[in-house]
Ligand binder design. Structure first.
Ligand code: PRP
Ligand code: MN
Ligand code: MG
Length: 181
């Protein structure tokens, strides 16, 4: 993270810590889906890094598909009303679906998405999220696989952006207030 270290107040997780956690999540997922074919659904764009690492670490027969969603709302506040910008290409009937996300903030996106995918006839819909901010929750989402619980801070890196920047950082850090103030 050295080239942007002035933009961060703290490194929360290094690349190594993230990869160790991804491996841990994968062992749990493999145990639950042993012998099964799983459809991983990544939520663009934040989930791209988690998806890439999770998919390669999983010793399971997986498929990958992608959705892009946007939540309507006044200003920057998420409203819970979600619009599909890019839908899945896959038919979910009878599929075991695992939604892959970088972070659960208010929970509004995933709460909506899980119901939406369940309504398409999937056999099961579970969630794997690398990060969760418990203090920011507006709605409780049932998440089967969680990497780290973090404080209610503005975090970037490893897929997470501020105004589309910092997604390509290998670690995850807290954005310095002078950047977004
Ligand atoms: C972020 C993040 C999650 C969502 C979480 O995505 O990647 O998808 O917000 O917020 P919530 O729990 O409050 O609904 P964003 O909308 O910023 O799009 P991006 O993934 O393209 O950055
Ligand atoms: Mn996202
Ligand atoms: Mg974003």
């Amino acid at each position: 993270l050295s080239d942007v270290s002035a933009d961060l107040t703290e490194v929360l997780f290094t690349e190594e810590q993230i990869h160790a956690k991804i491996a841990e999540l994968c062992r749990a997922i493999e145990a639950d889906y042993a012998g099964e074919r799983v459809l991983l659904v990544g939520v663009l764009r934040g989930a791209v890094m988690v998806m890439a690492d999770l998919a390669r670490e999983l010793k399971l027969h997986i498929d990958m598909d992608w959705m892009a969603v946007s939540s309507y709302g006044a200003g920057t506040q998420s409203s819970g009303v979600v619009r599909i910008l890019k839908d899945l290409d896959s038919d979910l009937h009878g599929r075991k679906v695992l939604i892959v996300e970088d972070i659960i903030d208010s929970g509004l996106t995933l709460s909506w998405l899980k119901k939406n995918l369940q309504a398409r006839g999937a056999e099961s819909v579970e969630i794997c999220a690398l990060l969760r901010k418990p203090e920011a929750a507006k709605v409780q989402v049932d998440v089967k696989y969680i990497g780290f619980e973090i404080p209610n801070a503005f975090v970037v890196g490893y897929g997470l952006d501020y105004a589309e920047k910092y997604r390509n950082l290998r670690g995850i850090g807290v954005l310095a207030p002078h950047i977004y103030a």
